[in-house]
Design a binder for this molecule. Sequence first.
Ligand SMILES: [Zn+2]
Length: 267
Amino acid sequence: MAEGDTIHRTARALEAALARKTISDVEAPSPRSPLRRQGHRVDQLRGSRLERAEARGKHLLLHFDGGLVLHSHLGMRGSWRISSGATRRDRRAWVVLSAGGAQATERNGSHLELRTESEVRSDPRLRSLGPDVLAGDFDAATGVAALRGADQSRQLGEVLLDQRVLAGIGNIYKSEACWSARTDPWLPLSELGDEDLRRLVIEVAGLMRYGVEIGRQPHSIYRRSGMPCPRCGTPISSRGQGDANRTTYWCESCQGADAPQRGIIGA
Ligand SMILES: [Zn+2]
């Protein structure tokens, strides 16, 4: 599943493969591609050049010199792939961008649209995004302020997935960061001190930055229900959380108020 780290990595890769090369072709092979309804803009995109690829939380924005922006959100099932040389036509692709012998192919997702810069600027979903955990200027104070700005009666694990509070965190990093920070994801924010939130924010940003660099997400406890906690050996618990009922994984012994004193055991 694509979380902020994957999107930032994808932005880097797309920029490396396509930037400043002329887009020689744009195809939308899948009948399900939303770009099939945007024929005029697809035509406009041919012959333009990618200026920059930008990740904002889980949104990817490809800015082209002709003034168009390809806005994608991968949702639960979407993906981008970059290839070079002759490749077989991917009939399920929503879009294939060809430039200088490279092809960037996108499949599925929750959103794909060619927009103008001003449409992107006024997009309510983009405007409502909280600070991006992977932005260059993101720091712990920014993260703590964002969490304190949310409804304090909400549970930490649910708030971490709310892109209007912090952008980029998905279900894997939610569970993994709470575990790394030894924080109970079921506590309401009101029961967590600033120092707890600060530690959590530092963990989530650190794990996600590492994910961008190495291209792999942490799996200490995610989808390891019933297996021993790598820190204390207690079986990992899992349960749906929040309105969306997204599964949260956690260790009942070493995360939370009753946990052994922090810093003594393990990392
Ligand atoms: Zn544990």
